[in-house]
Design a protein around this ligand. Structure first.
Ligand SMILES: [Zn+2]
Length: 293
């Protein structure tokens, strides 16, 4: 764990900028309209800021966020920014592109991948694995994978994919999930639509970062627990399965301090399948909101 527990990250900066542009206060659709923690967006009684993990990873994440996505309490791109220290976030509009985003995509330390279903891209752009850089012995010359996640509803994500010419030259990483989505805070009626945090976990797995993958999974389960218990005004089960699992994963992190893809390759054998009775019950309360892929 790192010391940046309460430091604002890319998504909180984006949220602050978006709020500054708002003429009227944002009211979460279908959510609870009570006072919220400015960091985790939950009501203070269900705040999970003390649980926030942060990892140094070789892979980075670049979130392109639809207009009000940073403001939505059910947004999980926020969780990715909590966990993955090298997370970048940019607001997406069709007509304007942040020069910092263009600079990031041209930065030679990164190999960007647009994470999107391959069926929507020209076949020659589609890849299903992340380029290993083992062939390059000189560490300084190795590029780091940068996963570009289109964070919005499914229709917003498709629009971002089609109408961002600067993405057209980049490979499209098409994921083949081994399981169905566990995310139940927005309901698309489909189990093959994954939330942003789940997509980031799958990417970390492909990048050979199992601790990041498992931390994202465990942190999403904790967030889901807090979110749904806040909504139903139930107390948090601080010693329940979700919290225990996040604690276990944090021990992996400290054991593998100085974490990188090489040093943590052995921890995938953890008996974790992302499913548990308590959380399955907790997550069966849909909020009727919209889903993203
Ligand atoms: Zn909080």
């Amino acid at each position: 764990m790192h010391e940046n527990l309460r430091m604002p990250h890319a998504v909180s900066h984006l949220r602050a900028a978006r709020l500054a542009r708002s003429a009227k206060p944002f009211l979460a659709r279908g959510g609870f309209k009570r006072e919220r923690c400015v960091d985790c967006r939950l009501v203070p009684s269900h705040c999970m800021c003390s649980l926030r993990p942060s990892l140094i990873t070789r892979a980075g994440v670049c979130l392109l966020m639809a207009d009000i996505e940073p403001l939505k309490p059910s947004n999980t791109g926020w969780l990715v920014a909590d966990v993955v220290a090298d997370t970048f976030a940019f607001g997406w509009t069709r007509t304007e592109t942040d020069p910092d985003l263009l600079a990031l995509l041209c930065d030679p330390q990164w190999q960007p991948y647009v994470v999107f279903p391959g069926q929507y891209a020209e076949p020659e752009r589609v890849v299903r694995t992340v380029q290993p850089s083992d062939g390059l012995r000189d560490e300084a010359r190795q590029t780091r994978p940068l996963f570009i996640l289109l964070d919005g509803t499914w229709s917003e994500a498709r629009k971002m994919f089609r109408r961002s010419p600067y993405l057209d030259r980049l490979p499209v990483l098409s994921l083949e999930p081994r399981q169905t989505s566990q995310y139940k805070l927005r309901n698309s009626g489909r189990t093959d639509h994954f939330c942003t945090s789940e997509v980031a976990a799958l990417c970390m797995s492909l990048a050979g970062e199992p601790v990041a993958e498992q931390t994202l999974e465990a942190y999403l389960a904790v967030f889901t627990h807090h979110y749904l218990h806040a909504k139903s005004q139930q107390p948090i089960a601080w010693d329940g399965f979700a919290h225990q699992r996040l604690h276990e994963v944090s021990l992996l992190t400290s054991r593998d301090s100085g974490l990188n893809s090489a040093s943590c390759g052995s921890v995938r054998a953890m008996p974790w399948n992302g499913e548990h009775r308590e959380e399955t019950v907790a997550r069966k309360v849909p909020t009727g909101g919209r889903r993203r892929r």
